[in-house]
Design a protein around this ligand. Structure first.
Ligand code: TRP
Length: 335
């Protein structure tokens, strides 16, 4: 049986946080351990430069996110693990797809629309501060996915629209030039795919409301203590479905542990107690990886070597695909 291609990326614009782990890293590593698939995981640094112009931060984030993948158990010999910018064919494909993607489709992208809304709210020009890179972000994502003909894309719920756009662009291309691309599908883990951040909005680097995946135990405790709760006292029954603590708990807990906490909420567990339990659960599941992670940060040459090996696997595939794509659109030798 043909092995489905699984592909996902993480934008390298900040330090890895619990949301990255739950939404992308963990489901991707779990999927890569199943024998019958073929996985592509990458560091989306071309996407990162849309979000920040801080070049040091991009480089540091690339090291941190790559180290996190490896520390959490990704086996780079079993998958193709690479840095997006090591594969220039992806940006070439992105331009080609730009000539296919409808502007009206991209006008509807949530990230672009919310940037426009924010401008209007402060009576600015609607496109103030919005680069073509931000507007075209979904097209580059489509290129990431279609470059390797990925069919399964594990992502957080917030990225589903982007995968649908990639499908739409692939369909248009296939219609115009003949079947070239498989149509990708988003895979989301219903329970946990987007975590809520400290302030109640989606956990995201962009909102500065994240809990870092790797920090000292004391820092982790402090972050967890910052999670927003309400004024209910110990002894008063609490609604698990309205609690960030319960949501993060469920992302890390077994089913039994989740049921245990659901009951504890009903029975009026105090917020302090719930936070202590949450700390122990998260700390317990990250303790080993944390040590490896901090060791890897001090060995950037090892990470660089892993990424070089990855691009040696990915690049020839990309080169042979782009050659065919160029030919099918008419960019080819004259005789
Ligand atoms: N945009 C994604 C995010 O911010 C990262 C990403 C870039 C990605 N290219 C991708 C995810 C391709 C899946 C497939 O989370």
């Amino acid at each position: 049986m043909k092995r489905p291609i699984v592909l996902t990326g993480i934008t390298t614009s900040g330090s890895p946080h619990l949301g990255n782990y739950v939404g992308a890293i963990k489901p991707a590593i779990d999927a890569s351990k199943k024998e019958n698939n073929n996985s592509f995981f990458f560091l989306a640094d071309y996407h990162a430069i849309v979000k920040t112009k801080d070049s040091k931060r991009i480089a540091q984030s690339t090291l941190e996110i790559a180290s996190a993948w490896i520390a959490l158990g990704l086996d780079p010999t079993q998958v193709t693990f690479y840095r997006q910018s090591d594969i220039p064919e992806i940006t070439e494909l992105s331009w080609i797809l730009n000539t296919i993607a409808a502007k009206g489709l991209l006008n509807r992208a949530h990230a672009y629309k919310s940037a426009v809304q924010q401008n209007l709210a402060i009576k600015e020009d609607e496109d103030a501060g919005i680069s073509m890179g931000l507007f075209g972000y979904p097209v580059l994502m489509a290129a990431d996915i279609l470059m390797f003909n990925a069919e399964v894309v594990p992502v957080g719920k917030d990225q589903v629209q982007h995968i649908e756009m990639a499908r739409d662009i692939a369909q248009r291309f296939n219609h115009l030039y003949g079947k070239t691309f498989e149509l990708p599908n988003a895979h989301i883990d219903q329970k946990t795919s987007v975590l809520t951040g400290l302030d109640g909005r989606k956990m995201s680097k962009s909102y500065d409301n994240t809990i870092p995946l790797f920090c000292t135990e004391n820092q982790l405790k402090k972050y967890i203590n910052k999670i927003k709760t309400n004024i209910l006292e110990p002894g008063e029954s609490k609604d698990p479905n309205d609690s960030i603590i319960f949501e993060i708990w469920s992302a890390f807990a077994t089913e039994e542990e989740t049921e245990f906490m659901r009951l504890a909420f009903k029975d009026g567990i105090g917020w302090g107690d719930a936070k202590r339990k949450l700390f122990h659960l998260i700390n317990g599941s990250l303790i080993e990886a944390r040590e490896t992670y901090f060791q890897l940060l001090n060995k950037p040459e090892d990470i660089e070597e892993i990424l070089n090996e990855g691009s040696k696997k990915a690049r020839p595939l990309a080169q042979s695909r782009i050659k065919k794509i160029r030919e099918s659109i008419g960019l080819k030798p004259l005789f």
